[in-house]
Design a protein around this ligand. Structure first.
Ligand SMILES: Cc1cc2nc3c(=O)[nH]c(=O)nc-3n(C[C@H](O)[C@H](O)[C@H](O)COP(=O)(O)OP(=O)(O)OC[C@H]3O[C@@H](n4cnc5c(N)ncnc54)[C@H](O)[C@@H]3O)c2cc1C
Length: 244
């Protein structure tokens, strides 16, 4: 897909979430690709510009291989994300992602709807070797029973929330009735390509929680790769799957 048509694209993630590319720099309308912007930034060291595709791609690979990372900060992505808070809390631990800029929905202002909750398709079991991770799935019957209980829990929570609002409780306090890890939130966040690669490396990894890994995968496959094909190739070779 051409970078121009990536802007405004929304990719569905989990049961009700999504990630959308709101904007990027360089904007495709400038005619300068993100990969070229990285190379051009590096060549400012000796006041040069593009030397054609082969030489430019070679330079970009050299930069990433040798951790000459600042040129990759010349490319920026702005995303709008809808994800459960279980994902948000892991995402915002990445200071170089969210500290750059983030704006989030206000639960003090916008009331939560009845279906604003994450319903997984399966319950994963506690992993035996990693106390933080999951593996495998519950048996079908038990899985279904727990999913029904979860849905009933959401309905009851939202009912209490709505009753509190109807009785004059403020939105900022009524939300105490809502299951905090499960509720969907929407936020806008901006990141440069260098720090996005740091986030992708950690959150595409198999030990990352599924509920954030799927967002990392959506960003990588649907936005990062098509926007920065040379960088994605180098990132895959040197960072995701380095040959020892
Ligand atoms: C699988 C997994 C499990 C995790 N489990 C836990 C857990 O149990 N508990 C928990 O609290 N967190 C946990 N985390 C979060 C983890 O500890 C990091 O906070 C998170 O991954 C962000 O990584 P980061 O600091 O490299 O990213 P960023 O905050 O984006 O920082 C990127 C890099 O910038 C530099 N940097 C940024 N800020 C500073 C600073 N103030 N001082 C010095 N250098 C800085 C560092 O080199 C850093 O690596 C987990 C993360 C993963 C991926």
């Amino acid at each position: 897909m051409e970078p121009q048509s990536l802007i405004g694209q929304r990719v569905d993630v989990l049961d009700k979430g999504w990630v959308e590319l709101v904007d990027m720099m360089p904007h495709p309308a400038t005619g300068v690709s993100g990969d070229r912007a990285i190379v051009n930034a590096a060549r400012v060291s000796f006041m040069g510009e593009s030397k054609g595709d082969d030489a430019d791609k070679k330079l970009l690979f050299y930069l990433l291989r040798n951790a000459h990372t600042s040129p990759f900060e010349m490319v920026e992505f702005k995303f709008r994300v809808r994800a459960p808070l279980i994902t948000w809390w892991q995402w915002v631990r990445h200071r170089t992602f969210h500290f750059q800029s983030v704006n989030a929905q206000s639960g003090r202002y916008t009331p939560f709807e009845e279906d604003d909750f994450y319903v997984p398709s399966v319950w994963r079991k506690q992993a035996k070797s990693n106390k933080q991770a999951s593996e495998g799935e519950l048996e079908d019957e038990v899985n279904e029973a727990f999913l029904q209980q979860l849905t009933a829990h959401y309905e009851q929570s939202h009912k209490l929330y709505s009753e509190a609002l109807e009785n004059g409780v403020s939105k900022e306090m009524a939300r105490l009735f809502l299951p905090g890890f499960s509720v969907y939130y929407t936020w806008v966040i901006k990141v440069d390509a260098h720090n996005l690669m740091g986030w992708l490396k950690l959150r595409l990894a198999s030990d990352a929680q599924y509920e954030i890994r799927v967002y990392a995968d959506a960003i990588y496959e649907h936005f990062f790769k098509p926007a920065l094909p040379w960088t994605a190739e180098a990132f895959d070779s040197y960072i995701l799957h380095p040959q020892s």
